[in-house]
Write a protein that binds this ligand. Structure first.
Ligand SMILES: NC(=O)c1ccc[n+]([C@@H]2O[C@H](COP(=O)([O-])OP(=O)(O)OC[C@H]3O[C@@H](n4cnc5c(N)ncnc54)[C@H](O)[C@@H]3O)[C@@H](O)[C@H]2O)c1
Length: 280
């Protein structure tokens, strides 16, 4: 029996990358899942892949009405809502302050915060009533950039730090009815896009694949980029009721040890295999 048997979830940005992997894992664990995403084409692909277990809503997470429609769709279709996963996001491609063009900084800031922060707030507002009814939970995707610099520029890093504040505030406000937690992944090879306001809407993180792989190999202590699927267990943990009664307001650093390296080289255990006389 799956760990989410009988549960119903809503995942924003679930048509691609990490969100898609969460949808796949939740379905495998027995859940039925609604997805709010702005890509109609990818949502059609989801419906084809998962059939009756998934329902899609085309919309923009920046609009409260779209979030409300997605909640209505999933509750109409599956009868309840147990878990909201706020996940849709955009990146700033690490653009530093000095390189933020004067004529783009306003639009770039608004877009990063509107999608990455306000999008989660509006989804939480839309999903509140059915989640209180089910004594459910919210899970928000953060990032290593929610804790440390250099995973983005000032716009992305500030937006992900703001998500941590949102999680803590909502965990406090919504207790004891709804648990609110976060997962902070490290680098993932997805199709993560930049903000249109920065002229980066058509630019994918895949275009800096070499840099991303370097981040996995040389910066991340576990020595490689985890796959999207490898990140999903944390979402199942927070969504499952049995093991998480005491857990609210928590954010899991799920980043391959990025925060544990400090100023040292990536993996403290480089020579362990040799010192222990083991062969790989
Ligand atoms: N890729 C990484 O290295 C990485 C690392 C840490 C955290 N994250 C976070 O993971 C989350 C998922 O990103 P991903 O890497 O899977 O990217 P992705 O682009 O593959 O998936 C994001 C999805 O969100 C949707 N989306 C974007 N803006 C939207 C909007 N305004 N309204 C509705 N849908 C919208 C996109 O259509 C897409 O389907 C984001 O919050 C991102 O910040 C990504």
């Amino acid at each position: 029996m799956g760990r989410l048997e009988g549960q119903v979830a809503l995942v924003t940005g679930g048509a691609s990358g990490l969100g898609h992997a969460i949808v796949e894992r939740f379905v495998a664990e027995g859940a039925r899942v609604g997805v709010l995403d702005r890509s109609a084409e990818r949502l059609a692909g989801l419906a084809a892949a998962f059939g009756g277990a998934v329902c899609g809503t085309v919309g923009d997470v920046r609009a409260l009405a779209d979030n409300r429609r997605a909640v209505e769709d999933v509750v109409d279709r599956f009868g309840r809502l147990d878990c909201l996963v706020g996940n849709a996001g955009v990146w700033d491609f690490g653009t530093p302050l000095v390189d933020l063009d004067d004529d783009k900084v306003d639009a770039g800031f608004s877009e990063l915060f509107d999608i990455n922060v306000k999008g989660y707030l509006l989804a939480a507002k839309a999903a509140l009533k059915p989640l209180v009814e089910s004594r459910g939970s919210m899970i928000f995707t953060v990032s290593n950039a929610g804790f440390y610099p250099a995973g983005g520029g000032p716009l992305y890093t500030a937006s992900k730090h703001a998500v941590v504040g949102l999680i803590r505030q909502l965990a406090f406000e919504l207790a004891p009815h709804v648990r609110v937690n976060g997962v902070a992944p490290g680098g993932i090879a997805t199709d993560l896009r930049g903000a249109a306001g920065l002229g980066l809407a058509e630019t994918s993180i895949a275009s800096v694949r070499e840099g991303l792989e370097h981040f996995g190999r040389e910066v991340t202590p576990i020595g490689r980029l985890p796959t999207p699927a490898e990140y999903t267990g944390a979402y199942v943990f927070f969504a499952s009721r049995g093991d998480t009664v005491p857990t609210t307001g928590a954010v899991l650093n799920h980043d391959g040890g990025v925060g544990a390296r400090g100023f040292a080289s990536a993996a403290g255990g480089h020579d362990l295999i040799q010192k222990l006389g083991l062969t790989r």
